[in-house]
Write a protein that binds this ligand. Sequence first.
Ligand SMILES: Cc1ncc(COP(=O)(O)O)c(C=O)c1O
Length: 390
Amino acid sequence: MDTRMKHQWDSLMQANYGTPSVHLVRGKGIEIWDENGKKYLDFLGGIATNLLGHNHAKAVKAISDQAKVLAHVSNFYSHEPGLNLAAKLIEMTGDETARVFFCNSGAEANEAAMKLSRLTGKTRIVAAQNSFHGRTMGALSLTGQPAKRNPFKPLIKNVKHVPFGDVNALKRAVTKKTAMLILEPIMGEAGVVVPPSGYLKKAREICNETGTLLVIDAVQTGMGRTGNWFGYEKDGITPDVITIAKGLGGGLPLGAMIALGKAAGMFTPGMHGTTFGGNPISCVAALAVIETIENKDYLALNRVKGALLKNVISPIIGVSEVRGEGLLVGIVVKDAKAKEVAQRLQDYGFLVNAANENVIRLAPAYVVSESQIMKFAAAFNDVCEEIYRG
Ligand SMILES: Cc1ncc(COP(=O)(O)O)c(C=O)c1O
């Protein structure tokens, strides 16, 4: 970003994000351009959000057609895109008892889940250390990262954070007094941390034994990113609540809290709501995203592309591990140099995110091609040669 724009940003925006280093003006697929015409390959996808990439013809048409017909109606009224999307999401859960509440973001979806859990008559919540569930006060109370929580204490009480992946810790923490247990299938913000296989199955059993709602936060893993719709399916479980956002609207703000089984009927009129949630334009965008994922078989393709990414990145100098599932990939680099690697990749024309000092997170759009993956791997190799050998 040039000096004039940096100055503009600093004089207009609050400092919560810090000053961005890139100012973007347009995109096509996973290619994106800054104000000086420099092209980047976007391997972060708007943080796991632009599932079809930028300017996808089908999504653009759906959004612009809907804008001409009905843009917003509030939650007093019903509309076809909302009903169609809810029906589709219920079908994707494989459980026809599921019912949908639409909101605008991941934090809001988790707030809704928290409120729902209060209707069990219990208030205790268990979540994972290092987890990320959002930044609003309720969602932040779930988030297990002290640096994000501490400046805003006191948060909502009675949330216990346990080590992720540790079944015994879950057994100790989740009791008959627990209202809900919330887990990400893979912890994205924490650095793409994958739990041991069967962890969610054990969590399900513990929740069944104690009458605890199992909430799966699929905000980052959801919408096909890991090779199935929500990220929990490989463990063969059915959650009580699924929260989604990010990729759901393919770049338009949209979230949902889907409750299943007994949890589906807990909210009654007047208990919860939001003005914009599930507005017609975001819903048609989501329908276009889902239809494209199905037509192009992206669930299967994401697994193939994820495996390719792992294969080509793993042997590179400085890389100690490549983890994740499908197109949610964490590259663990040596000597806490993730930020330096991310910055150099940006200089080379690749957008990625250093989730922390050790891990580069990739969450590209599903339209990413094999040749773009190979270009990325070549650049990653050059950057690591410079940093680790040079
Ligand atoms: C797993 C998870 N939950 C919740 C959130 C919060 O979503 P939002 O930023 O849309 O509020 C995020 C965002 O990164 C997330 O990764």
